[in-house]
Design a protein around this ligand. Structure first.
Ligand code: H2U
Ligand code: ZN
Length: 349
């Protein structure tokens, strides 16, 4: 690839989903007179008597939280899918298709402390969250084809409560994004006999320009095909199918790299950096490991901020009608993330 040409408008291919994205590096000097409001201060108490997620409090649905001291999981009081949802029969045709869906939604409180976020939590507390993500994947994966572990952080991402929490949705069907990844990884494996994301990781480690963080077991990078300005992909170095397959050492290293990556995010604009982040591993629900060898476990982080704590990228116009577009290149974004400290700005004297 002639990298000189990457300074001109071009399209990049997302090998993991099959989508294309338009990159316009010459536009980064474009004047900006849009949204510029200040971000709200994020000083919060360790315990908030009005918070639905704090220990001992009553939730919106009427249930009470225990006095939890470790990550706490409960069934979402307003679940988007239900365990017995599939009895419905639909009479359809090619143009009116529908199907039932069965599943469950859970909420995971990462910490009893209302005023923390993942990057502000100690590494061993992040490790405890990772263990719960793995346990939930094992349990729900027994009976569900897909278990989606994710976190929406920040009100701009639609997060309903600043108490540190994530969600787990499990369904009997394979949703759109994992279905695209399933097809792309399978096709690559059939064609090359190797694992798409492991081959990709090896090439990124050679090129280095999109790497943000790495440790003994993990690498965080801005993918070549990133859409969101500071989007990252987090990958284990070893071939791993799913979260529960990670070893003790790999989980400790996972907690370490998550803390450092998310700290860099917060340090970029010295704010609590909003994002949606989540894990993709091989489908569950009885999918044999032998039939899932094309999969590689990974996390995506999709943060919306572009220029400051308040100026975000909008997925509008061309994105809605044609395809995703970015000005800042993936390489520039990685350089910016490498350029900030991995010590949290709140922890610096
Ligand atoms: P978000 O902040 O990412 O929206 O997740 C919070 C979830 O918590 C949300 O799905 C649930 C909401 O339905 N919730 C409860 O289940 N009980 C409550 O008392 C408050 C919020
Ligand atoms: Zn709280």
């Amino acid at each position: 690839m002639n990298t000189q040409n990457l300074n001109q408008p071009h399209r990049r291919y997302n090998a993991l989903t099959g989508d294309w994205i338009l990159v316009s590096p010459h536009r980064t000097q474009r004047p900006w007179q849009g949204q510029q409001e200040k971000s709200a201060g994020d000083e919060r108490p360790e315990y908030d008597p009005g918070c639905y997620l704090c220990p001992g409090n009553t939730r919106a649905g009427g249930a009470s939280n225990p006095d939890y001291t470790a990550p706490f999981v409960f069934t979402n009081d307003y679940a988007a899918v239900l365990p017995d949802g599939s009895a419905l029969g639909f009479e359809g045709n090619d143009l009116f298709r529908a199907e039932g869906v069965k599943g469950t939604c859970r909420v995971i409180c990462f910490s009893p402390k209302h005023n923390l976020t993942l990057p502000e939590m100690p590494v061993d507390s992040i490790r405890a969250v990772i263990d719960v993500w793995a346990e939930e994947t094992t349990e729900l994966g027994k009976t569900h084809r897909w278990v989606q572990v994710f976190e929406n952080k920040g009100s701009v991402m639609g997060c309903s409560n600043p108490h540190p929490h994530g969600q787990i949705w499990a369904t009997d069907s394979l949703p759109n994004e994992p279905a695209k990844e399933e097809a792309a990884q399978k096709a690559y494996h059939d064609a090359h006999g190797s694992v798409l994301l492991l081959d990709y990781l090896a090439m990124e480690l050679e090129r280095k320009e999109r790497i943000v963080e790495q440790n003994e077991h993990w690498v965080a990078l801005v993918p070549f095909w990133a859409v969101w300005p500071f989007e990252t992909l987090l990958l284990p170095r070893r071939h791993v199918l799913r979260l529960p397959d990670l070893t003790n050492d790999e989980r400790n290293a996972q907690a370490d790299i998550l803390k450092r990556l998310l700290t860099r995010y917060d340090n970029l604009f010295e704010c609590s950096f909003p994002y949606s982040m989540g894990w993709h591993g091989a489908p569950t629900g009885g999918t044999a490991d032998a039939d899932a060898q094309h999969w590689q476990l990974h996390a995506h982080a999709f943060p919306p901020l572009l220029r400051s704590a308040t100026v975000k990228k909008f997925m509008v116009g061309y994105e809605m009608l044609a395809e995703a577009q970015r000005d800042l290149t993936a390489e520039q974004a990685a350089e910016r993330l490498r350029g900030v400290s991995d010590i949290h700005y709140k922890e610096r004297g």
